[in-house]
Design a protein around this ligand. Structure first.
Ligand code: FO1
Length: 323
């Protein structure tokens, strides 16, 4: 019989949302406790006076069933009246759309931050609106926005590089200037210590999972836990499923292959983060090289077509961890 493990998920935006829906489904089937989802805040930004947390909101909206599943960000059926007005003022970024309903979230968040609540407490408040079925935590309460140094020397905010330039300016380096003084948000290290399984979602390894692992103290928490750490490959058949992770991987010298990403995360026994790695059936031939690197390779179907397919992937990951 399937067990009821305590699960922590490390997750970014689109891949993280789809995966988290599967985590909720798989754990509900088992009657297991709600998972704790530690969300990337490296792509957060200030714009037009409000604080945006794209990955937090993608996962929040997906769990609440109110997200725009086509785009992977923002609210379903949103309108753009305020955004149009901002553009008339020449405020904000003309290439970055703030939906009206989405702005309600940013205003609520920013107001609470201005009142002195931490990002963790703000997310706890935002999470009360809907029965999410998981506990969401930001990876850190510090502001650690990502900047990209591109070929030619310019340094752009990650969101400008990503949404305005569609990652077409060759990135040389990703930095998170606030990271040096960051700590895992309250509850994160404790959840990892108490977990039976830590799942690394199939999110962008560089700009989604990368910032989570870069929070000082995070790797130490992962090294110390008695939980099994199981990652799910975001690369299927040698290509990224969605997004521009290949450009990011190239920038840090990692090949766009499921085995190379596993090697980049590294085996826990050698100071890395992974005990096991789920590879797509299309990449089964890479299993031996993943095993040789000290990470147990498990081959499974990895297409997250819907929440049920994602739940099957989560079940395979939990089985790989002995649950
Ligand atoms: N992505 C876009 O490509 N264009 C946009 O105008 C845009 C607006 C936006 C507003 C709020 C939000 O939370 C996310 C938004 N995104 C937009 C997505 C986001 O920039 C990135 O896809 C993620 O940060 C990458 O993980």
């Amino acid at each position: 019989m399937a067990s009821s493990p305590r699960v922590v998920v490390l997750a970014g935006g689109v891949g993280g949302s789809k995966f988290t829906l599967g985590v909720r489904e798989a754990l509900a089937r088992r009657g297991a406790p709600e998972a704790t989802v530690v969300v990337n805040t490296g792509d957060d930004l200030w714009l037009s006076g409000v604080r945006l947390q794209p990955d937090v909101d993608s996962i929040l909206y997906a769990l609440a069933g109110v997200g725009d599943t086509e785009r992977g960000w923002g609210r379903a059926g949103d309108t753009e009246r305020v955004n149009h007005e901002l553009q008339q003022w020449g405020a904000g970024w003309p290439w970055f759309t703030l939906g009206d309903l989405d702005l309600g979230t940013h205003l609520a968040r920013t107001g609470w931050l201005r009142e002195g609540l931490t990002p963790t407490l703000v997310l706890e408040r935002l999470s009360r609106r809907w029965p999410l079925g998981v506990r969401m935590l930001p990876m850190t309460d510090a502001e650690v926005d990502t900047y990209v140094r591109v070929d030619g020397g310019a340094v752009l905010h990650f969101q400008e590089w990503w949404t305005r330039h569609r990652a077409q300016l060759t990135p040389l380096e990703f930095t998170n200037p606030g990271m040096r003084h960051a700590r895992p948000a309250p509850g994160v290290a404790e959840a990892i210590a108490d977990a039976d399984v830590v799942l690394v979602a199939p999110s962008n390894p560089v700009v989604s999972i990368g910032p989570i692992l870069a929070v000082p103290g995070m790797r130490e928490a992962l090294a110390a836990t008695s939980a099994q750490v199981v990652g799910v490959s975001p690369i299927i058949g040698g290509a990224v499923v969605r997004g521009m992770a290949d450009v990011c991987l190239t920038a840090i010298g990692v090949e766009t292959s499921a085995a190379a990403v596993a090697a980049h995360y590294g085996a826990r026994r050698d100071g890395g983060v992974l005990d096991a790695w789920l590879l797509a059936e299309e990449d089964a031939a890479l299993a031996a090289s993943v095993d040789a690197g000290g990470v147990r390779a498990v081959v499974a179907p990895l297409w997250m077509r819907d929440a049920l397919a994602s739940a099957d992937i989560v079940d395979a990951a939990l089985a790989a961890a002995g649950h």
